[in-house]
Structure formats: C-alpha cells, structure tokens
Design a protein. Structure first.
Length: 397
C-alpha cells in the first residue's frame, strides 16, 4: 500500500528561482534539503513510507540566497500492519513472531482467542521493536487465534496484523501405574494397571524372562487389564518374569513401574501323569502321581487343587482335595462338553504351588430325556394321507 505526503504553501515573492523542500524523518536532528521545485510552484507531492513521522519546511531561493523557512509541519503516516506467524512450540506453548515495519510504534499488543471465538483477550504488551512472544501455560491439543496490533500511544495510530491460528501439540502420556501381576488359573498371569493420563492412544504390555529382552504381548486401547495366558505365555517355575505397561500416543511412550512374578522361592514338585480314568455324562474321574509328599523347596502339599474350565462357557471352577490324594471324580458336569483340567499341589501355609500339565477331556453325550404325555385318539379318516411321523396338525375326530 503506497503512502503519500502533499505539501502546499503560498508564494509571496515574484523573484524566486524555485523552492527548496527541507525534510527530516523521525525526531531528532536538523532538516536537510530533500527536493526542489521551480518558480511559481505552490505544491509538492511525494511517496513516503508508512509508519513514519516526517518534518517539512520550504524556502524560496534565487541567486542572492534562500529566504527564511516556512513554518515547520509534521506528518505521520499510517502505521503498516505487521505480518504475524504462529507455530506450536510444545504441548503448552505457542510461539508468535511478527515483522516490525514501522519506526514510530510505541508498543505491540498481542491478542488471543479460542479458534472460532468472537472476543479477543489482551495477553501481552511488548515494547517497540520487539517482534516475538511465547504464549505459555496452554492446554494441550487446543487451537487458538492470534492478532497483533502495532500502536502509537502518542497519537493513537493502530495497525492490525493478519489473524493466524495454531494448535498446541500433544504431549507424552503419563505413565500408567502397574498395580498387579498375579498368577491365576490355567497358568495365566493377570495384570491390572491404573491409567494416569488422558491423552494416550493406547497401552502396550511387555514381558521379559530372567532379565532378557522385552517381548510385546499386547497393544490396544481403552483397557486397564491383561491376561497373559499359557498359550505362548509363561509357565511359572524357576523363571523370573517381569512385566511393564506403556502408555503411548503419536509423541511417544512412557513406561510403568516393573512388577515381577516367580515361584522360584518355593515351588512344589508338580503332579505328573494326569489322566482321565473314567468319563461319564456328568462326571470325569482323574488320577495323577503325587510328587510332593516328600517335601521340597515349597514344602509338603497341604492339599491338591483341581481346576477345570468349561471350554464352551469358559467358566473356571476350583476344587480342593486332601493331601496324598492321587485320584478324584469331578461331579456335576455338563454332558457333551470339553473340559480343560489341571491338578496343583498346594501348600497353604507357604502359599506355594506346583501345577501339572492340563489335559482336555469331553464328557459323554447323555441319552435324551424320555417323552411324556402320550395320548391316542380314534379317527375315521386320515386327512393327510400319511402314516408315521408328521408335523403336528389339527383334524376332526
């Protein structure tokens, strides 16, 4: 946008050879010859810069010299609008930068509003010639609009920048707190954790054995627990297993505390040779070899735990049998159902276990229940013309 200054004066002489235009830009210093117009002219126009203050005087001249100057005039051009840019610096800060096209501004006023908002809020006032501002303490993933005003407080001139917007970055999610790593039935480790962030995309569950490398077990969203089952998973014994849960998003991941689990401090010798010796429609008889009666790192067994799971409903049940037991009949089962069964030597005082290998056994199919309520009716005709089994239908007797 061009800016102009127009000067006009009254020519009071008839013997001038021309007029000398004196000018100074900004305050301080003397006015110096700037331009020249011929005799008889009473006007001068020039293009100038915006955002400046100009001082002018005019003198008539001829071969004898220059006249006294006119009165001095001051012209302040409109301020030039600064050009503003905004970029997210962190999850809580946005960096603003603008050009400084003026030399007479006294301050810059930084305004902000939520994206799509209507009212501006003054968030900072910067001295002249300052061209940046870091907007701090913002919530993550929030979009703001900004505008900067160049202001001359002495004469009230203002120039508005363009409006820009920026969105704070996401942040690394807070690490979850791993609360529990417990062995449950079927050689699975149950993990549970507390979600301590609001900006994670999901969680990753890792496991390692005896200080080795970490193995990713699970990656997913919106959960706070995980079952590490025996299929491809650990079987507790002398191995030390460690678990960690990470929360993650596009910015990266943070890991929880590490929990470890092992029976290495007291493992009962596990029963062996588990087999089904009798199978009925509603019961399964099993037998095993007791390897823990003579004691060991985990002590003598105080009882045997029989755990069995209905493979259709996945319901798990546990049944305790006395010490030195080597067989048992599991009652009250459903017919024609596959069950996974294992037996564990258990020392209740020490809290130690030794689990057998699980076996899969299916109950027999039960014979169907006898029909009841049989009735017979004499009939003089057979409307359907059929004999034997047919779909129920009504007919007259």
């Amino acid at each position: 946008m061009p800016y102009y200054v127009r000067l006009s004066w009254v020519d009071n002489s008839d013997n001038e050879s021309g007029f000398v235009i004196y000018r100074r830009v900004g305050s301080g210093g003397d006015l110096t010859p700037h331009n020249y117009v011929g005799a008889g002219f009473e006007e001068f126009i020039e293009e100038v810069q915006g955002g400046q203050t100009y001082y002018y005087e005019v003198k008539a001249e001829n071969a004898a010299g220059e006249s006294d100057p006119t009165n001095q005039v001051v012209v302040s051009t409109f301020l030039i609008s600064p050009v503003l840019t905004a970029v997210a610096a962190t999850s809580s800060a946005i960096q603003l930068n603008w050009t400084d096209p003026n030399s007479v501004e006294s301050e810059y006023r930084v305004n902000r509003r939520l994206s799509g908002g209507t009212g501006w809020t003054l968030i900072a006032t910067k001295l002249a010639d300052i061209t940046s501002h870091l907007d701090l303490d913002l919530p993550l993933l929030t979009t703001y609009e900004y505008q900067v005003l160049a202001a001359n407080t002495a004469d009230g001139r203002l120039a508005y920048s363009n409006i820009v917007e920026a969105t704070t970055l996401n942040d690394l999610p807070a690490a979850p707190r791993l609360d529990q790593a417990t062995e449950l039935a079927w050689e699975n480790i149950y993990l549970s954790w507390t979600d301590q962030s609001t900006n994670e995309d999901g969680f990753r569950v890792y496991r390692r054995a005896d200080g080795g490398g970490w193995t990713l077990l699970y990656q997913g969203t919106s959960v706070s627990f995980y079952d590490d089952f025996s299929t491809g998973g650990p079987r507790l014994g002398s191995v030390l297993y460690e678990y960690q849960v990470n929360s993650y998003n596009a910015m990266g991941a943070r890991g929880s505390n590490i929990l470890e689990i092992s029976d290495s401090d007291g493992v009962l010798p596990a029963p062996t040779g588990l087999a089904a010796t009798d199978i009925q429609t509603d019961s399964i008889t099993i037998a095993w070899i007791d390897n823990s009666s003579s004691g060991g790192p985990g002590g003598n067994e105080s009882d045997f735990l029989i755990e069995y799971i209905n493979q259709t409903t996945m319901a798990v049940q546990t049944w305790s049998r006395p010490t030195d037991t080597v067989s048992a009949t599991i009652p009250s089962l459903d017919d024609d159902i596959e069950y996974a069964i294992r037996v564990g030597a258990h020392n209740a005082a020490l809290g130690t276990y030794g689990w057998s290998t699980a076996i899969l056994v299916s109950t027999l199919l039960a014979t169907p229940a006898a029909p009841t309520g049989l009735v017979a009716f004499p009939s003089s005709e057979n409307p359907s013309g059929r004999t034997g089994y047919h779909e129920p239908e009504s007919f007259e007797v």
